[in-house]
Design a binder for this molecule. Structure first.
Ligand code: 3PG
Length: 213
């Protein structure tokens, strides 16, 4: 298995982060996640400073697996990788971006929710896909239905996942990790509530461990 996929699967949760002030918050946030046992981050390009945040986090904590999310074009793939991103996440399945990442040798997890998306991902040789937005697209029931014709995929659902339903999702063998912003909300980050973030991460890790026993 690819090392990135292996590490993401081992941790089991991926914080989906929107950082408005990377200089102020990126390093503290990275430490809070690591302290909570979640040394991984999907830093989304929804905020202008995403590349800066990726650079700060990966330079301060080289052991951390920092990736880029909401990547919309090849230029952002370059920006993310040059900043230190180790994986790329896209909200939808864009064939050109996937091929571009494959050419560069960077793991890419595109958002897929339909049989057509899955089929296209299969033809592109992908092994792991994001399922987004998870709850709104049919949740666990749909993920299980999709696994019947497409048993070859591991899935990373994101969208509507919280401490309440994490156990249910992560117990499903099709699911390798769950993405979410519940442990890195705007309030928690903007007010530098690092202890709370660490605590939410610890609770998430416990849930993943218990579900996998
Ligand atoms: C994503 O970009 O993956 C989602 O917006 C995160 O969804 P959540 O905020 O419901 O966790």
């Amino acid at each position: 298995m690819d090392k990135v996929i292996e590490k993401v699967s081992e941790i089991g949760v991926v914080p989906v982060i929107k950082l408005n002030n990377p200089e102020k918050d990126a390093e503290g946030l990275a430490k809070a996640l690591i302290d909570g046992g979640v040394p991984v981050a999907e830093v989304t390009f929804r905020a202008a400073g995403a590349a800066k945040a990726i650079k700060i986090m990966s330079e301060a904590y080289p052991e951390m697996l920092v990736g880029a999310g909401t990547v919309m074009c090849e230029e952002q793939v370059d920006e993310a990788v040059n900043a230190g991103a180790k994986f790329i996440v896209t909200p939808g399945l864009d064939v050109e971006i996937v091929k571009y990442c494959q050419k560069k040798g960077v793991p890419v997890f595109p958002g897929c929710t339909t049989p057509t998306d899955y089929h296209t991902a299969y033809r592109l040789g992908l092994k792991v896909i994001k399922f987004f937005p998870a709850e709104q697209s049919g949740g666990l029931a749909k993920i299980k239905s999709m696994a019947a014709p497409f048993p070859m995929f591991k899935v990373m659902p994101t969208g509507g996942i919280s401490l309440k339903n994490l156990s249910e999702y992560i117990s499903c063998p099709t699911i390798c990790a769950c993405g979410g912003s519940y442990m890195v909300t705007a309030d928690l980050i903007d007010n530098q509530k690092w202890t709370e973030i660490t605590d939410l991460c610890k609770q998430s890790v416990e849930i993943v461990k218990a579900a996998r026993k």
